[in-house]
Design a protein around this ligand. Structure first.
Ligand SMILES: C[S@@+](CC[C@H](N)C(=O)[O-])C[C@H]1O[C@@H](n2cnc3c(N)ncnc32)[C@H](O)[C@@H]1O
Length: 181
């Protein structure tokens, strides 16, 4: 049987129910100046983005749809400099359009196959930077907040604007387990 999972990754609602491991947040740290205020718009209190950036001395604002803050409509009323998150993959076109509309630097983790798409191209043609990795990101899934689930079938990358020093960077991903709850 042909494995089509790579092609369909990120199109289903289940794909929204994955949580970023700490090790996949680490590679971003060196690209974000310490004085930048970060908004994580799809992130609850347990988000590895919120925790790791806060632990590293950044000011972080977070919001989540579970608390009534829909990223497609909501924006913090205090100043922020950059948007960082792992958004719901099934809504990536709307999320990317929203990011474009907000006109702030961003870095969002998405399946690599998000690079192609006619709607997304409207955003990408204005400029996109990619931070990719030597191996696939394995996420926390199935309510397993203790260890990441090995064997993910799709590659992920950070899709960024005005964040990286060049448009394509490929780095080694150093995996480690750290519970997110
Ligand atoms: C792929 S998960 C990642 C969660 C978290 N950012 C992380 O990295 O662990 C995407 C999250 O976005 C939330 N979400 C879905 N639609 C949203 C919206 N319109 N605005 C904000 N968050 C949304 C989902 O409930 C889910 O928790």
């Amino acid at each position: 049987m042909i494995n089509k999972a790579y092609l369909t990754s990120g199109r289903t609602a289940e794909a929204d129910d994955v949580y970023t491991p700490f090790y996949a947040v680490e590679p971003l740290l060196k690209y974000i100046p310490k004085d930048k205020i970060i908004w994580c718009p799809c992130d609850g209190v347990h988000s590895a983005y919120v925790k790791l950036f806060t632990e590293n001395g950044y000011k972080v604002i977070r919001s989540s749809i579970q608390e009534g803050q829909d990223f497609l409509l909501y924006e913090p009323d205090i100043h922020y400099d950059i948007i960082i998150t792992n958004p719901p993959f099934s809504k990536k076109d709307k999320m990317l359009k929203r990011l474009d509309d907000l006109k702030k630097p961003f870095a969002v983790l998405l399946p690599m196959n998000s690079l192609q798409g006619q709607k997304r191209f409207e955003v990408f043609k204005k400029g996109i930077q990619i931070l990719a990795f030597d191996k696939r990101v394995d996420y926390h899934t199935n309510n397993n907040f203790k260890t990441y689930t090995k064997g993910n079938h799709f590659a992920s990358a950070y899709f960024c604007r005005n964040v990286l020093s060049k448009d394509l960077i490929i780095e080694e991903l150093k995996k480690y387990d750290r519970p997110i709850l």
